[in-house]
Design a binder for this molecule. Structure first.
Ligand SMILES: [Zn+2]
Length: 138
């Protein structure tokens, strides 16, 4: 099944702390999170590429009572935001290292560099992002 072909190698990569995306054989666009077909040109053939994990954060949305995630909170302060990887993909995700207090100081400094944060959830490695430390802001 196509879905399994994408899901298993992706999680195998995460277990080795590697971030994998799919590169379009036609236009070279990189898909992350990986999908089978190219989202940019619609071509059906893409191949695995390892991504650097380096990117920038474009927005900060603090969790509210409605979308707060207790498991995330157990790992540390977090927010949601739009991440753009240096290879091109943009997506919304959970970003650690941000709290209500620091968000105020960080917002005017956006975009800010982020790096991947690998965590173990019920025996499966999952990936989040974490903001690089900014001098003087906690
Ligand atoms: Zn393409």
């Amino acid at each position: 099944m196509k879905i399994e072909k994408i899901v298993k190698p992706f999680y195998d990569g995460l277990a080795e702390h590697k971030l994998l995306g799919r590169k379009c054989k036609e236009c070279g666009a990189i898909e992350y999170p990986p999908r089978y077909a190219c989202n940019t040109c619609g071509y059906h053939e893409t191949e695995w590429v390892e991504l650097s994990g380096k990117g920038v954060l474009h927005s900060i949305i603090l969790p509210s009572t409605l979308n707060a995630d207790p498991w995330n909170a157990s790992l540390g302060d977090y927010a949601y935001g739009l991440v753009e990887l240096e290879e091109g993909p943009m997506f919304n995700c959970t970003v650690f290292g941000i709290n209500k207090r620091s968000a105020k100081k960080l917002r005017p400094l956006l975009p800010l560099p982020v790096h991947p944060l690998f965590a173990d959830k019920d025996g499966v490695t999952v990936v989040f992002f974490e903001i690089d430390k900014v001098e003087g802001i906690k």
